[in-house]
Design a protein around this ligand. Structure first.
Ligand SMILES: CC(=O)SCCNC(=O)CCNC(=O)[C@H](O)C(C)(C)COP(=O)(O)OP(=O)(O)OC[C@H]1O[C@@H](n2cnc3c(N)ncnc32)[C@H](O)[C@@H]1OP(=O)(O)O
Ligand SMILES: O=C(O)CCC(=O)C(=O)O
Length: 384
């Protein structure tokens, strides 16, 4: 059977790092369970170094989840690793700054010192029964030669994976493809992509990384995360389902119909409201008003749909507004049980335009009925 691309969702770690976001234990459990039920293979569930309370939550998540693999995030420090003991985690991400900028300015150590730490710290994590991913923070500002040295040291020490973090979200998909290709071809270790969205390219970069052979990608529900956030889970899994990778791997086995409910759960728990136009899950992304689009959709939905909204548990909605055509008006009124002829539709449209400009929204069913009543009584001014 073909292997599938792995999603490592970090809503509960990087997602919760969004300024002002703090999930309760109950919310974390609900989010983790929902993600597992949707088929997400791996969850990065938190930072054990944050303290005993965080560790209790991590432990309870690990004991509740049945199929999803769990990962804890640590600095590559002995105490951080020791804090993972007994939590039931499957994986640990041991993070080191990979760029000269961060290594020198944050830690003040040489590359040789950092490389020498990998062996002993990976060993410490392995002895706790954990699989190890080496997190290369700020990898996108590091030279590829130094990333390859980290990859080589990680592999030699017994780590299973390296994580390429575009910590500042500065990559474009072309550069990302080149970087990940070099890492995949230069070593024999899984490569994971961690994309940030500062330039709005996190999803594109995640897909480019997969195309280059990345084993896994990090996502967060609704794209939560530091600053402009991470690659949104809903975008990445929908795109993977619709744009197959040519290397024979399958899209992750995600139940896409659960995405709206998962995003609503995270929207509620994070207090971060989603734009109506947010791809895949935004309230209005399958809503159509323009006359030409609605007329086309009525003939055949394929005329104006990128994909069937049922794939992600949604449906098309047709509404009336400034750009409505006769077909739309006729069809929408028919659903209200009102048959209109072409001339009546044109009269309604004339009034609808002015009404929409004034109110800046679509009319409700009650308002549409009112327009019709006015049309019948005045014959000309349907929607004053
Ligand atoms: C790019 C990312 O997303 S990295 C992940 C960021 N996530 C978090 O910060 C999780 C939440 N963090 C926390 O709760 C706290 O920062 C804690 C509990 C982890 C640490 O708190 P404190 O001990 O008070 O340290 P504080 O946060 O002020 O400073 C961070 C320290 O970690 C060090 N550090 C940062 N990254 C690393 C690393 N990869 N390896 C080793 N040390 C590191 C910093 O240099 C600094 O150490 P210093 O005091 O010697 O300068
Ligand atoms: O080192 C890592 O695991 C990645 C940390 C991270 O969240 C980032 O660099 O954006």
């Amino acid at each position: 059977m073909a292997s599938s691309i792995v999603i490592n969702d970090t809503t509960l770690r990087d997602g919760e790092q969004t300024a002002g976001v703090a999930f309760s234990a109950t919310e974390k459990l609900a989010i983790a369970t929902a993600l597992e039920q949707a088929g997400i293979a791996e969850l990065e569930v938190g930072v054990p170094a944050m303290g005993a309370e965080e560790r209790d939550v991590i432990q309870s998540l690990c004991s509740t989840l049945q199929h999803a693999q769990t990962m804890g995030w640590c600095r590559m420090l002995p105490q951080d690793i020791a804090n993972c003991q007994g939590l039931g985690l499957d994986w640990v991400d041991l993070s080191i700054p990979a760029s000269d900028q961060q290594r020198q300015s944050k830690l003040g150590v040489s590359e040789a010192t950092l490389l020498s730490r990998i062996e002993s710290q990976v060993d410490a994590a392995l002895s706790l029964g954990l699989q190890v991913c080496i997190g290369m923070e700020d990898a996108s500002r590091a030279s590829i030669s130094s990333l390859l040295r980290i990859a080589e040291a990680s592999q030699r020490a017994g780590a299973s994976r390296i994580r390429y973090a575009d910590t500042l979200g500065i990559l474009d998909p072309f550069a990302c493809y080149e970087q990940i290709t070099a890492l995949v071809q230069g070593g024999d270790i899984q490569v994971e992509m961690h994309a940030h969205n500062d330039l709005g390219l996190a999803t594109a970069n995640s897909l480019a990384a997969i195309r280059a052979g990345a084993y896994s990608v990090n996502t967060t529900v609704t794209g939560l995360g530091e600053r402009a956030g991470n690659a949104p889970l809903e975008e990445v899994v929908a795109a993977l389902a619709l744009t197959p990778v040519a290397d024979g791997r399958c899209a992750p086995a995600t139940d896409l119909t659960q995405l709206p409910a998962i995003c609503a759960l995270v929207e509620q728990a994070s207090g971060r409201h989603l734009s109506a136009q947010k791809s895949i899950v935004g309230q209005r992304v399958f809503t159509h008003e323009s006359g030409i689009h609605v007329a086309g959709l009525l003939k055949d939905p394929n005329n104006y749909q990128a994909f069937n909204p049922e794939l992600v548990g949604r449906e098309h909605q047709m509404v009336l507004g400034k750009h409505s055509g006769v077909h739309a008006i006729q069809s929408i009124y028919k659903q209200l049980g009102i048959e209109l002829n072409r001339q009546q539709c044109q009269q309604l449209r004339h009034c609808l335009r002015g009404w929409a400009e004034q109110h800046k929204r679509c009319p409700t069913e009650g308002e549409m009925r009112q327009f019709h009543q006015q049309l019948l009584t005045s014959g000309t001014s349907a929607a004053a």
